[in-house]
Structures are given as structure tokens and as C-alpha cells.
Design a protein around this ligand. Sequence first.
Ligand SMILES: O=C(O)CCC(=O)C(=O)O
Length: 252
Amino acid sequence: MAMTVGQKLSYEANGFLIVREALDPELLASVQAASARAEDVWRSDETLPGSRGAALNQVQAIMEYDDVLLNLLWNPVMLPLVRDALGDDLQMIDHDYFITPPHTPHTHAGWHFDVGLTGVYNPRSVMMVKVFYLLTDVNEDSGGTALIPGSHRFLPDTPLPTGNPREAEGVTQMTGKAGDAYLFNGRCYHAAVNNDSDNARRVLIYNYGHRWMKMWPGYEPSEALMAKAVTPMQKQLLGMSPAYGSDVAMLD
Ligand SMILES: O=C(O)CCC(=O)C(=O)O
């Protein structure tokens, strides 16, 4: 098990886990530089996929832009934790670079579950786990993710917040320093708060599911990306393994 006992208890109780300094200063600088290069390319070509709204600039399929950003998919600090939470048969589902501009007019993501599959008993299932890497410091004003602790275990009739995520009761906001990361179970109820600060909030997001699940449309890896996967785990993460069978990839 990669999670410490304390991490496991915290993740099981809350549905999320914060990892401080997941990226060391050298890796953080390299990831920030790669993300800036990707952003320049994306801004200079409006045909590249993503959303360009007042509340969110989303560079869709961020791993396609730079090998440094591909390598974060199998980051040795976070991937083992995701595998503990999800199981051995994990695979990428989607991946983005989110830039929340300063002083957003509204949240870019109201309250929701990432996982809303019918036929799944959600309180005991882990269908998706999403990792966020902070590229900028995020405080309570910077538009961070708001999560309802423990909501991954809630029964369907549990009342949930509906209003402004910043004002909802029982919320924990994912704040931290650049280089910190957090993961959460896709059944943990969440939203983004408004960015009321003077600075853009920048995060990289890697979402993982099981290898028998479809990736979100628009995130299927290109041939060029798949050619860079070397190990069985890297191939499985990019959807290049059989969906079924017991030959799951081990950590490299
Ligand atoms: O930007 C955020 O913190 C929230 C993003 C979100 O809701 C999601 O990725 O499902």
C-alpha cells in the first residue's frame, strides 16, 4: 500500500487527500514552464480544443502539448496513491489545464459529482479519482475546489448544498502552495468557488478511471502520444491494454 495509514484513514473518511510538495521545486519549475509553453500555443490557435470563457480558460488534453505534462500522468508521488484508491486496472479518463482568470464573474463549475453512473452503488464504489496539481498558490479567494468531506459515501437521499460554494456549510476548500497536489474520489460532491483574487489560478488535472471505461470524448490519446508509452503501466494508462483479463500492469 502506498498510502500511509494516516493518509488511508483521511482519504476513506473524507474522499480526498492533500499531498503537500508533491512536486519538488525543480519539477514544479519544469511543469510551470511546460504549461506556459502549452498555453502560448493554445492561445495562438483558436482551433485547439478547450473553452475560452470569462470564468475558465481550459486547455483541453494538456498531455498532448509537452512530454513533461505527459510524465505527470505517471508521477511517482501521486500515481501510487491513485492506484491505492482505485485499484490496479487504472486508466486515464481525461486531462486538462485549467486557468481561472482573476475576478471571475461566476464559478465555472457549480456543485456536481463527476460520477453519476446508474447501476453503480456509489457509496462503496470508486469509479474515478481525479488529481489536481497546483501551479500557483491558491488561497480561499483564488477559486479553489470546494468539496463536501465524506460525500463519496452519502446515500442518494442525503441533502446536498445547492448555492454559492463559498457560502455553503460543511465545505472544505482545496487551498495550498504551488507544487501541492490533491486527489479526490469522483463521487465526492464538489464545485469551484469564484476566483475573487487579483491572480489567475492555474491547475493541471489528471482524471483516472478503470481500463474498461471509455475516455471522455476529445481525450483519446493521439498516435504520437501513445508512441511515447513504454512500460506496461504507461500503456495501460493511455488505454492501450485489453479492457478485461487479469494481466493488469504493475507499477514500474
Ligand atoms: O476547478 C475546480 O476546482 C473544479 C473542477 C471540477 O469541478 C471538475 O474537474 O470536475
